[in-house]
Design a protein around this ligand. Structure first.
Ligand code: TPP
Length: 673
């Protein structure tokens, strides 16, 4: 290619920037992004190049952060919701001096074992506040983070908690349904320290956004109670002015930043071609000329590197002032703050949960497990200030609001119960943000069937390893008359398929308390707790040891040599016990194994698992899809479950109709002994 043929020759010159220094700093991001993507032959250069100016203004003038103390609790949170633009974040972390984001990591973009994964992954490098990539999730996480800031502020005051949450979101994030729930919730809760910078470039993968969307985003946000403005995203003065204004707003803020995707690229700028693939050598050469960036790949001139380092050092003073304030705080407040942020549970919590388990064991109340769960919360909530509960508009059904909990709303961030509204997905993603922020242990309820509406966020809880507890009631056809639309069949299997998620299905009140204990103490592990709508018999009369901790255990050993082992979870454990009695009448010694948590059982040693499962034939019973039970019953075993959808009728009729009965268990057992 001759010089006259370079793409630059046809592209118009770039307009003069308002600030040469800021443009140079932004160009360092652009160069790193296009060169790293080129080297990996994979990635998204367009978004980082388009948003580089906005990012430079935010980081250099506004963002409160300190790369030397990346976990500083009072830092501003920065969420790259448009996670495909990961090189933007990696460049910023490298340039501002995060020690673990070396140039080598930038060069190893998207390679196995690098910190610079395809999309930002929480835990891979400091400064990555949340895992993003599934569009819209980051925005909804940020709502949780901004809410967490208000909650912690209400408890600990401005001296310790006073920060903003900034989000970069693209057209894709705003097209996703979850954005509606997130925006609406943030507006309702008036999270005025949440500032969304929208990469308003009118381009997505298929081409112009005109192909698929005609929303007036400003009006949309305004309708949800936000302040919304539009600026030229390449005019650093305008971006700075909008940010200054947003920080003073009494409402959450949207700043729509009109940008050109792949700003600087000679032919691909402004086109979908720059969205998701390497620009190519010629285009990059053209961009270098157009941006007046003559430096080789991965080389940042000293003056520009120094300017960025200065940005990274800017927060040090704030951070030490904050540390001094923490040190000077009354001992009790300081210790409580430190405990909350560390994720350690308060003194007395275990005694409280054990106490309620013991009460259940002694009194043997006939309760639905959702009611037992509510009683556990009644016992724990007064002790655990970090417990922030809620429900997606099913509070009386989910039994998620403890007696002591006050409602948290825009007029009282000191409450501890959130009415999330009918926004399951937004609730789940906000809970991820609450947990990621630190200081908060969130749980939220809905029907097990609607875990499907939360699933993308539940998957991210598991991928990130955050302690978020999903309280999922009405866990089978046992819910009765609401019918097959509300009766979960496939949900337990599908939740159990998510790696690192623990799915609990307690059988009775004692197990319910035990499962809560396990879910609360497991740092870095999310939990789904499936609970019945209907009453279950009290099966456990002992509570000295948390027997659910091993995932499965022999609830009732066979009287004599085991002829058959009956495996069950939740409400079907009672049914298995009834079957055991019937078998006994026929001279067959059967053991009943309760399996409240498969994942914990799978983690036990082989000897324990063998003892529990035994060598006799096995029959499993669970009012759900049999999918997955094969591995416990083996090829000679039987699974009694739901092979189709449920139906609308009283629960007892449904169990009979679908053959989920003690008699059917007996039949299957007799066929195998
Ligand atoms: C939930 C989800 N659906 C689809 C994708 C695949 N995807 C990644 S980026 C993108 C287009 C996003 O467009 P926009 O937000 O405008 O980003 P830009 O093109 O401006 O970089 C799509 C569909 C995804 N990451 N997440």
């Amino acid at each position: 290619m001759t010089a006259a043929e370079t793409p630059r020759a046809t592209a118009p010159a770039l307009p003069e920037p308002k600030s040469r220094e800021l443009r140079d700093m932004a160009d360092a991001i652009r160069a790193l992004a296009m060169d790293a993507v080129e080297r990996a032959k994979s990635g998204h250069p367009g978004m980082p190049m388009g948003m580089a100016d906005v990012a430079t203004v935010l980081f250099s003038k506004f963002l409160k952060f300190d790369p030397r103390d990346p976990h500083w609790p009072d830092r501003d949170r920065f969420v790259l919701s448009a996670g495909h633009g990961s090189m933007l974040l990696y460049s910023l972390l490298h340039l501002t001096g995060y020690a673990d984001m070396t140039m080598d990591e930038i060069k190893r973009f998207r390679q196995l074992g690098s910190r610079t994964a395809g999309h930002p992954e929480y835990g891979h490098a400091t400064g990555i506040e949340t895992t993003t990539g599934p569009l819209g999730q980051g925005l909804a996480n940020a709502v949780g983070m901004a809410l967490a800031e208000r909650i912690m502020n209400a408890k600990f005051g401005d001296a310790l908690v006073d920060h903003h949450t900034y989000v970069f979101a693209g057209d894709g994030c705003l097209m996703e349904g979850i954005s509606h729930e997130a925006i609406s919730l943030a507006g309702h809760l008036n999270l005025h320290k949440l500032i969304v910078l929208f990469d308003d470039n009118s381009i997505s993968i298929d081409g112009s956004t005109n192909l698929s969307v005609s929303d007036d985003q400003l009006q949309r946000f305004e309708a949800a109670g936000w302040d919304a403005v539009r600026v030229d995203g390449h005019d650093t003065d305008a971006v700075a002015a909008a940010l200054t204004r947003a920080r003073q707003n009494k409402r959450p803020s949207l700043i729509a930043c009109r940008t050109t995707i792949a700003f600087g690229a000679p032919t691909k700028a402004g086109t979908a071609a720059a969205h998701g693939s390497a620009l190519g050598a010629a285009e990059i050469a053209g961009a270098r000329e157009r941006l007046n960036w003559p430096y080789p790949p991965f080389e940042i001139p000293d003056a520009i590197a120094a300017a960025w380092r200065k940005v990274g050092e800017r927060g040090g003073k704030d951070r030490s002032a904050w540390s001094a304030r923490l040190a000077a705080a009354p001992a009790e407040a300081r210790q409580e703050f430190e405990r909350r942020v560390s994720g350690e549970l308060p003194k007395g919590w275990r005694e409280a949960v054990r106490g309620i388990a013991q009460k259940f064991a002694t009194e043997a109340p006939k309760l639905a497990t959702r009611q037992a769960s509510g009683m556990v919360l009644d016992a724990l909530a007064p002790l655990m200030s970090e417990l922030i509960g809620g429900s997606a508009d099913l509070t009386p059904s989910n039994n998620t609001r403890a007696k002591s909990q006050k409602v948290l709303d825009a007029s009282n961030y000191g409450g501890s119960y959130v009415h999330y509204g009918v926004r399951e997905h937004g609730m789940a993603a906000a809970m991820n943000g609450l947990a990621l922020h630190g200081g908060i242990l969130p749980y939220g309820g809905t029907f097990l069937i609607f875990s499907d509406y939360c699933r993308p966020a539940i998957r991210l809880s598991a991928l990130m390893g955050v302690r978020v507890l999903y309280v999922l009631t009405h866990d089978s056809i046992g819910l009765g008359e609401d019918g097959p639309t509300h009766q979960p069949v496939d949900q337990l299997a599908s939740l159990r398929a998510i790696p690192h998620l623990r799915v609990y299905r307690p059988a009775d009140p004692v197990e319910t308390a035990e499962c809560w204990e396990l879910a609360l103490e497991a740092r870095g592990v999310p939990a789904a707790i499936a609970l019945t709508r209907q009453t279950v018999p009290a099966l456990r009369r002992d509570a000295g040891e948390n027997r659910s901790a091993r995932g499965a255990y022999v609830l009732a050993e066979a009287e004599g040599a085991r002829r058959v082992t009956l495996l069950a979870t939740g409400s079907e454990v009672g049914l298995a016990m009834a079957a055991r009695d019937l078998l006994k009448q026929q001279g067959i010694a059967a053991a009943v194994v309760s399996m409240p948590c498969w994942e914990l059982f799978d983690a036990q040693d082989a000897a324990y698992r063998r003892t529990v499962l035994g060598s006799a034939p096995r029959v499993a019973v669970e009012a759900a899809s049999p999918f997955g039970w094969e591995r416990y019953v083996g090829s000679g075993g039987a699974v009694i479950g739901m092979t189709g959808f449920g139906a609308s009728a009283p629960a007892e009729d449904l169990f009979r109709h679908f053959g989920i009965t003690a008699e059917k268990v007996v039949e299957a057992a007799l066929a195998r002994v």
